[in-house]
Design a protein around this ligand. Structure first.
Ligand SMILES: Cc1ncc(C[n+]2csc(CCOP(=O)(O)OP(=O)(O)O)c2C)c(N)n1
Ligand code: SF4
Ligand SMILES: [Mg+2]
Length: 284
């Protein structure tokens, strides 16, 4: 029987009141609800306040470069497909510097769950605009307001037929827990974009701002595999922001058809060093 205590209890470097605490709580609860023990989990992250989340759970983790969360997560899933692999990223990390990896991971469809802490700002580097910052928002370096158009990650993901697309809110832990559980259970690449107030640097999109706008969508409103309806839903932003599962489409999963994985995870196989040597010799 797995318990929340199995995932440890760590001091954090996050600001008091940060939305990241809600995400950490929801993730732990989801893992316990699904009966996933720490040794079955691998969390992969890059750099940022969001990227620190795996430091605060007692389980396997890999912390790499900013913007490069998805390539090692995909590789790890191929090397050991028995692990539940999750990628943890910030909005800057995933939609900015890592935007190309985000698009191609959607196309490739590895069985990886991606949580994006979307605080609509670069938190760790002290408050520059991110791709999801509201147009017109003033920051220390955007004194006249952000000029660039705001990226809509859900619309982008749905347009590219992402296998599972959902949105949660760090201020609604119960709903977020259920959403994360659904995303983990989904087979294929799943995106959970999480509205996460940054209480220190984003004075516009606060807990109050989100709470006044978010609502739980009725997931029976349209068939969840209806891409056009889901796309339309993903355009809702502003006065009303839907939370929940917007789109699900079962697609062939990267790795499932690889012969080399059929007899078990690569990680348990003896490496054939003679083949590696042959390959290296080929470059001599
Ligand atoms: C290759 C590279 N580019 C830029 C940086 C600087 N940097 C570190 S974190 C970060 C942005 C963090 O924003 P986000 O991903 O939204 O995470 P948050 O801190 O808001 O959770 C940047 C630009 C870096 N460490 N490495
Ligand atoms: S700077 Fe913002 S995102 Fe980072 S820990 Fe503080 S409140 Fe959270
Ligand atoms: Mg951010």
């Amino acid at each position: 029987m797995v318990s929340v205590e199995d995932y440890g209890n760590f001091d954090t470097a996050w600001c008091p009141g940060c939305g990241d605490f809600g995400i950490l709580k929801a993730l732990k609860k989801a893992l316990v609800d699904l009966g996933r023990s720490p040794n079955e989990m691998l969390l992969v992250s890059g750099i940022g306040q969001a990227g620190k989340l795996p430091h605060y759970l007692k389980c396997n983790f890999f912390n790499g470069l900013h913007g490069r969360t998805l390539p090692p997560a995909t590789a790890a899933k191929i090397v050991n497909h028995e692990l539940t692999v999750m990628a943890i990223a910030g909005d800057g990390d995933c939609y900015g510097e890592g935007g190309n990896h985000f698009i191609h991971a959607i196309r490739r469809n590895p069985n990886v769950t991606l949580l994006v802490h979307n605080n609509q700002i670069y938190g760790l580097t002290k408050g520059q605009a991110s791709p999801t910052s509201e147009r017109g928002m003033k920051t220390k370096v955007n004194q006249e307001g952000v000029f660039n158009r705001q990226l809509n990650p859900l619309a982008l993901a749905i347009s590219q037929d992402c296998s599972f697309v959902g949105r949660g809110f760090a201020g609604d832990i119960k709903h977020l827990t259920e959403l994360i559980s659904k995303a983990i259970e989904h087979k294929g690449f799943s995106l959970v974009d999480i509205l996460q107030p940054c209480v220190t640097f984003n004075k516009l999109n606060t807990f109050k701002w989100y709470s006044e706008r978010v609502y739980e969508m009725d997931e029976s409103e349209y068939p969840l595999n209806d891409r056009v309806k889901a796309f339309e839903k993903s355009l809702e932003w502003g006065e009303r922001i839907p939370l929940g599962v917007l789109y699900v489409n079962e697609r062939p999963v990267f790795g499932d058809s690889l012969d080399a994985l059929k007899s078990g995870p690569l990680v348990r196989k003896e490496p054939k060093t003679e083949l590696v040597n042959e390959l290296i010799d080929g470059f001599m």
